[in-house]
Write a protein that binds this ligand. Structure first.
Ligand code: SF4
Length: 171
């Protein structure tokens, strides 16, 4: 599962290069109804598609159901980043991914939700395991050096907040 091109660039390259053993086939799933506003969602989606296509990697796009996402995090709007709202947000997206994977013949899920320095990898892993179970979830430690290297060589659109309206930083 990917949240954006800059976070997923290294992971996708590693998967494409066959660096992860036992993975025969993979697809990049972009399901991020948490992103607000929709124009920002479109920018991140377009960047993700551009990167996947440049590598010849398959991708799939989930629905942008932001209202459903808002319902899921209701009452947690004031939580800080890495707090309870984020745990709910991860769980919401993993729940979709599980259903999607079952319907489309994939039997394991990994994510790049924890690669940003603003994220808590343990929180992501916990949310994933609560929804997917240990059998379905692959907690990969992605190559950070590679991600940064690709980032420096690219002209990715880069956002300055995580995604939802509650994470927009006042500058
Ligand atoms: S800050 Fe990011 S991870 Fe947390 S709820 Fe908002 S979009 Fe989701």
């Amino acid at each position: 599962m990917s949240c954006c091109a800059p976070c997923s660039a290294g992971a996708i390259r590693q998967l494409k290069d066959g660096e992860l053993q036992d993975i025969e086939d993979f697809i990049v799933l972009f399901y991020n109804p948490n992103i607000f506003p929709e124009s920002e969602y479109q920018k991140r989606l377009e960047e993700q598609i551009k990167y996947c296509e440049s590598l010849g990697v398959k991708y799939a796009i989930g629905q942008y159901n932001h209202k459903d996402w808002l319902d899921a995090v209701k009452g947690l709007e004031k939580e800080p980043e890495r707090g309870a709202r984020c745990a709910k947000c991860f769980a919401f997206r993993f729940a979709f991914a599980k259903k999607w994977a079952e319907q489309n013949g994939y039997d394991a899920i990994a994510s790049v939700f924890g690669v940003s320095r603003h994220k808590d990898q343990n929180q992501v892993d916990k949310a994933a395991e609560s929804i997917l179970g240990q059998k379905y979830y692959i907690p990969v430690k992605w190559n950070e050096e590679l991600r940064q290297k690709i980032g420096h060589q690219s002209d990715f659109y880069r956002q300055n907040y995580c995604g939802c309206e509650f994470s927009i930083r006042k500058v």
